[in-house]
Write a protein that binds this ligand. Structure first.
Ligand code: HEC
Ligand code: HEC
Length: 424
């Protein structure tokens, strides 16, 4: 309680200073793993970043919704991957990443274009089309999905961290394109991140630069959570109103309807994610001479051309997401350190799956944010790298020159850089 009071009053003081002294309105975003996953009284010990709650809502309630398990009577399925958001997004604290992964498949047509799979279910009597994700579970045996042999593009996709994503959402598109513009000149033309325009689900006809998901397939937190609710759990909402199959379905769409506060589950999920603090550093390790030397090497080898250290969020009051979202005082004018450019790159590990943007994105992936790396056990989009060194050595393509410089460091220097990564 006291902690959140102090955080709030600091924000208020700084915000008012910002209005007086225009030169330095930015302050560091609050960081902390402050949303512990509790079996009893979920969310009761959590501390938000100071975000203002809608009338009657609390951060604890938003988190409890994110942790709530569903069954078929509350809209789960017919096909799904897990029963709550927190089944996958939790590691000590709710909203973090985990070791969970999921299946994406497809194939190429005669012209080499990616085609989503057709998944026959119900002994061939029904089919699921229009998406590359194949869910692992179902509410009845007839709805179970299986990957057909014909779908020869196959990959696993790792869960991503959601903590601090409200700050990422509050970075204006122009900041991302600015980074993309300067990458070629910093890398002899080798590095050229791609920003793609994707539809904002909550503002039909409006597009914005995609920044969430491994393929930058969604531009806003609300768009992503609606997509996640239907794809991961089979729960339909006002933004994703149709299930992929009606086999064994016992509820009517949309399954996620407003509660007594006028908020649907997707609104609570978005409010929870937007209210989380940024993932914190391991401050003890970060203070060691090795980690500090490693930070310098991270920059001098050029890792930071893609894993961009610092962004600034838009000013409070800035209207984003096609006029549907206003940056609040808690999220505006903040300095964040995500260590990502949120752009798509071909680093030689492309999974061959097309989701959004031009066709050349099939072999690209978003630079993953490295904040929170010290609570991750497996790495890369497919979680196939069990050590950070292995993850580094898998970078090829656009990252070739940078990795060559990394390999040119002495082994002590390489260890320093890895110590720095472990402090993130
Ligand atoms: C079965 C595991 C699983 C469940 C359950 C799940 N997710 Fe995810 N989540 C993932 C995976 C995997 C990704 C990366 C998806 C991709 O890009 O292909 C992801 C990505 C995200 C992201 C994007 C984060 C970023 O920074 O790009 C958000 C936001 C998110 N999930 C929210 C949710 C919400 C809200 C729920 C509950 C409705 C949910 N997820 C349920 C596995 C899961
Ligand atoms: C050209 C852009 C680019 C450069 C340069 C680059 N990276 Fe990456 N990095 C990526 C992309 C894209 C991925 C995701 C690849 C995948 O999942 O297959 C990634 C993944 C990672 C991961 C795994 C993160 C996770 O959560 O799984 C680590 C660690 C990493 N990079 C560290 C580094 C280091 C250290 C350097 C410098 C030696 C570096 N990267 C240089 C783009 C880049």
């Amino acid at each position: 309680m006291r902690k959140s009071f102090i955080a709030l009053s600091c924000v208020a003081v700084v915000a008012s200073l910002g209005i007086v002294a225009h030169e330095h309105p930015f302050t560091e975003a609050p960081a902390g793993f402050d949303s512990p996953t509790l079996a009893v009284n979920p969310g009761s010990q959590s501390v938000s970043n100071g975000i203002q709650e809608p009338p009657g809502d609390t951060f604890a309630l938003d988190q409890a919704k994110f942790e709530q398990n569903h069954d078929p009577s509350t809209g789960l399925g017919p096909v799904f991957n897990a029963t709550s958001c927190a089944t996958c997004h939790a590691n000590g604290v709710t909203g973090a990443a985990s070791q969970m992964s999921e299946i994406r498949v497809g194939h190429k047509d005669a012209n080499g274009n990616f085609v989503n799979p057709t998944i026959l279910i119900n002994d061939g009597a029904s089919m699921i089309t229009g998406r590359s994700i194949v869910d692992d579970r179902s509410i009845c045996e007839q709805a179970q999905e299986h990957v057909p042999d014909t779908e020869n593009i196959r990959t696993f996709r790792a869960v991503l961290n959601t903590l601090g994503d409200g700050f990422v959402e509050a970075v204006e598109d122009s900041e991302l394109t600015e980074v993309a513009t300067h990458q070629p000149e910093r890398s002899n033309g080798e590095i050229h991140g791609e920003a793609i325009q994707v539809p904002v689900l909550e503002a039909p006809t409006h597009t914005q630069i995609g920044r969430f998901g491994w393929k930058d397939q969604q531009p806003t937190v609300l768009s992503f959570v609606a997509d996640a609710y239907v794809n991961e759990m089979g729960v339909t909402s006002r933004l994703r109103p149709k299930d992929v199959t009606s086999v064994c379905k016992v509820t009517t769409d949309p399954e996620d309807t407003p509660d007594s506060l006028g908020l649907a589950d997707i609104d609570h999920f978005a409010q929870f994610i937007r209210g989380t603090k940024a993932p914190p550093r391991d401050t003890q390790l970060a203070a060691t001479p090795d980690a500090q030397a490693g930070a310098g090497l991270f920059r001098s080898t050029g890792c930071n051309i893609c894993h961009v250290e610092t962004f600034h969020t838009a000013a409070p009051g800035t209207v984003l997401n096609g006029g549907t979202y206003t940056v609040s005082a808690a999220l505006g004018d903040k300095i964040i350190h995500p260590f990502s450019d949120f752009l798509l790159h071909d680093v030689g590990t492309g999974d061959g799956i097309f989701q959004a943007g031009p066709p050349d994105t099939v072999d690209k992936l978003r630079t993953p944010a490295l904040w929170g790396l010290h609570i991750k056990s497996r790495f890369m989009h497919d979680l196939q790298s069990l050590t950070v060194s292995d993850a580094i050595q898998r970078h090829k393509g656009e990252a070739k020159g940078v990795i060559k410089r990394f390999n040119g460091l002495s082994s002590d220097e390489q260890q320093q850089l890895i110590t720095f990564l472990r402090s993130l």
